[in-house]
Ligand binder design. Structure first.
Ligand code: PLP
Length: 414
């Protein structure tokens, strides 16, 4: 198989043969050469219905005509100038109009950069060290967000450390702020967890998070890298009725091209260079191709009815749960908007501790069967599946058929 051959070549070039660990799986990942609408085609011409969708950005599906055309037109004009241009202004205006808490922003090239700089800014603005994150929450691959310790194991609070609390646990977050409130620069959280699988927030947990950060003079950072423009033409913050101090975005706002953003209250953002002292830069930040792709994507999203893909996801999740029950497999399907995760456990899954009870081995065997049956989804139990506006009736029926076949194979082997 060509994928296998490419993987062998890639293994000598990239650690583990991939440029991002979530892409790796045994015996070799499918190398994807093309995407159209709700589907992707691999190097060996295998066709799949895609629920990975680039890990989130491709909400319109692959190869959306208007986005491709806009990018082509911009490509003719130039890629990168190291100078400001109109596209970044236009995209920023659209984002601020849709998410008003983002009064001022800075584009970056990835979500990782966005959260890293949001955290640096929070420390700079507050003059404090501690960052609080959610256990199992993911904010990209930098040490501020990857190296975290449980809040009850904090030693020296003068260090730049990150502590973690369980999601949806009002008592734990209250206790953490009671103990360290005046040392906490920021609480960063994904309003809907997407990186241990999908977990909906308890609205009370978000409310308490806002109250505690305000009272202690800490900043509340909503990491909306996944959720911005995924639950409607807005941020999840609008649905939750919470105004964070800072917001990070990525994925959808670049329409599939590299992008990130951190932004929020002007009073805070004006501390970023050259207006303020916090140095932050990027050769490709705000590059016209990503900006144009984002504008073309948001322009369409503004006119689309999110009810259609949301309804698809809701119904699909319920039907999948029903199939699992019929096959006698312990499973919990969590769904929020156009995101869902099949957890192989009896649930409920409300935080990290309950997510990791799932049988990840069983999930992986299921994932491999799904691949054989023409479904491409994230390979890990602890990821979200995404549904796009391009998914339709045929995909729906084919997906359920694939689930039926795959579950019966893995259940028989148990
Ligand atoms: C919530 C969240 N924040 C940040 C990131 C990092 O974004 P990127 O992969 O663009 O660096 C991700 C990536 O999946 C994410 O899901």
């Amino acid at each position: 198989m060509l994928s296998e051959k490419l993987f062998k070549e890639a293994s000598g070039l990239f650690p583990g043969g991939v440029n991002s660990p979530v892409r790796y799986y045994e015996p070799f990942p499918r190398f994807i050469k093309e995407g159209k609408g709700s589907g992707v085609i691999d190097a060996d011409n295998g066709r799949y219905i895609d629920y990975c969708l680039g890990f989130g950005p491709m909400i319109l599906g692959h190869g959306d005509h208007a986005v491709v055309k806009a990018v082509q037109e911009q490509a003719e004009k130039g890629f990168s100038f190291g100078a400001p241009g109109e596209p970044e202004v236009r995209l920023a205006e659209m984002i601020r109009e849709a998410v008003p808490s983002v009064e001022m922003m800075r584009f970056t090239n990835s979500g990782t950069e966005a959260t890293m700089h949001a955290i640096r800014l929070a420390r700079h603005f507050t003059g404090r060290n501690l960052i609080v994150k959610i256990e199992g929450g993911f904010h990209g691959s930098h040490d501020y967000a990857l190296d975290s310790i449980p809040s009850n194991r904090v030693g020296n609070t003068d260090q730049n450390i990150t502590i973690e609390v369980p999601f949806n646990d009002v008592e734990a977050i209250s206790d953490t702020f009671q103990r360290y409130g005046n040392k906490i620069a920021a609480l960063i959280l994904e309003p809907v967890l997407g990186n241990i699988g999908v977990v909906r927030p308890d609205p009370e947990f978000l409310r308490v998070s806002r109250k505690l950060t305000t009272e202690s003079g800490s900043l509340l950072i909503f990491d909306e890298v996944i959720t911005a423009f995924r639950f409607g033409y807005k941020g999840y913050q609008d649905l939750a009725g919470i105004k964070p101090d800072l917001t990070t975005m990525g994925k959808i706002i670049g329409g599939g091209l590299p992008v990130g953003l951190f932004g929020g209250r002007e009073e805070i953002m004006k501390n970023v260079a050259p207006r303020g002292k916090l140095y932050q830069q990027g050769t490709f930040s705000g590059n016209p191709i990503s900006m144009i792709s984002g504008i073309a994507t948001l322009t369409q999203l503004k006119m689309l009815d999110y009810g259609k893909p949301t309804n698809y996801t809701e119904r699909l999740s319920k039907e999948i749960a029903g199939i699992m029950t019929d096959e006698g497999v312990n499973a919990t399907v969590n769904q929020a908007g156009t995101m869902f995760t099949i957890f192989f456990s009896s649930g409920p899954v409300i935080n990290y501790a309950t997510a990791i009870k799932s049988d990840a081995g069983l999930f992986f065997r299921f994932f491999q069967e799904m691949l054989k049956n023409g479904i491409f989804m994230p390979k890990s139990q602890f990821e979200a599946c995404f549904v796009s506006f391009a998914h339709g009736k045929e995909d729906y029926a084919d997906t359920l058929e694939a689930v039926r076949k795959s579950v019966s194979v893995v259940a028989a082997a148990e």
